[in-house]
Ligand binder design. Structure first.
Ligand SMILES: Nc1nc2c(ncn2[C@@H]2O[C@H](COP(=O)(O)OP(=O)(O)OP(=O)(O)O)[C@@H](O)[C@H]2O)c(=O)[nH]1
Ligand SMILES: [Mg+2]
Length: 195
């Protein structure tokens, strides 16, 4: 369990992220996929990261410090069409600059909606993560929206299609929460030991 998760800072310029050697674990995925909600669920604080029914809620890069040990990083989502070309470009660049320049990114939780097939944006992100050797795991979000059988089928299909480890999660039921916390914890511990 994470004992104390606290808002640390919010940036709209990826070059000004915390000058701090502590590890960072980022949350990335399409707009509205459930990044901020999942971050809240993991931290046990419902209103820590701002969530919304309307896509495009997270427009900055938000940092949350966990037990003084590492940061959880809430990234703006990609692919929100109604945001307009300029805004989309800006958020895209913000995320891209962050991912390209961050030194202490030790792991990334890549979120996909369990009811949808990955789209071109998702595939592009996935290829980028693989090409850049980012250590990541896929969280299949909103698992509460599917029955057990359908979820299991979807989970197996996505795992096979993408060739990456997956965890079904729900910010409502809490499914997958402990498993994901364990992955984050292990990732942070391994990195701390190595450095
Ligand atoms: N049923 C269900 N709804 C969820 C779950 N997680 C998030 N939602 C809903 O999905 C919507 C978007 O959630 P957010 O957490 O704001 O999504 P986000 O990925 O942070 O979105 P951006 O900040 O726009 O990139 C909200 O209406 C949430 O209540 C879940 O596990 N189950
Ligand atoms: Mg968000």
């Amino acid at each position: 369990m994470f004992k104390n998760v606290a808002f640390f800072a919010s940036y709209n310029d990826a070059r000004k992220t915390p000058a701090d050697p502590r590890p960072q674990i980022a949350f990335a995925g399409r707009s509205n996929v459930g990044k901020s909600s999942l971050l809240n669920k993991l931290s046990g604080r419902h209103k820590l990261a701002k969530t919304s029914k309307i896509p495009g809620r997270t427009r900055r890069i938000d940092f949350f410090l966990v037990d003084e040990r590492f940061y959880l990083v809430d990234l703006p989502g990609y692919g929100y069409v109604k945001a307009g070309v300029e805004a989309r470009k800006k958020w895209g660049q913000l995320v891209e600059n962050y991912l390209r320049n961050v030194d202490n990114l030790k792991g990334l939780v890549f979120l996909l909606d369990c009811r949808r097939d990955p789209n071109d944006d998702d595939m592009q992100m996935l290829e980028w993560l693989k090409a850049n050797d980012v250590n990541f795991i896929i969280a299949l979000t909103k698992a509460d929206k599917l029955g057990r059988g359908a979820l299991c089928q979807k989970n197996t299909a996505i795992r096979k299609l993408l060739g990456v480890e997956t965890i079904p999660v729900s910010s409502i039921s809490g499914v997958g929460k402990n498993e994901l916390i364990k992955w984050i914890d292990t990732t942070v511990k391994n990195q701390t030991e190595r450095s």
